[in-house]
Design a binder for this molecule. Structure first.
Ligand SMILES: [Zn+2]
Ligand SMILES: [Zn+2]
Length: 90
């Protein structure tokens, strides 16, 4: 059990020693934080070009996605990688 004072991650208000899993001081803060996250999803998305066919595609900034999502691209890239790996291994 933590005896640290908890602060609301939305407004920074000290909440006192509440439940360990409490992140917001009130429902209002919880809702406004949630709304902010869902209202600006474009901030988390960036346009990349596929490492195989160079077509642009959208990916989340946190993801390590390199291909546009077409099965052909992922397969071609996988096959190329697999072939190279096999040469090294055997
Ligand atoms: Zn708050
Ligand atoms: Zn592609």
């Amino acid at each position: 059990m933590s005896n640290q004072w908890q602060t609301c991650i939305n407004c920074g208000e000290t909440m006192g020693r509440g439940r360990a899993d409490a992140k917001y001081c009130s429902d209002r803060c919880r809702q406004s934080a949630h709304r902010r996250n869902t209202h600006h999803p474009e901030q988390m998305i960036e346009t990349r070009s596929c490492a195989w066919c160079f077509r642009p595609f959208n990916a989340r900034k946190s993801s390590t996605k390199k291909y546009c999502g077409r099965a052909a691209c992922a397969q071609a890239a996988y096959r190329a990688r697999h072939k190279a790996g096999r040469q090294v291994r055997f």
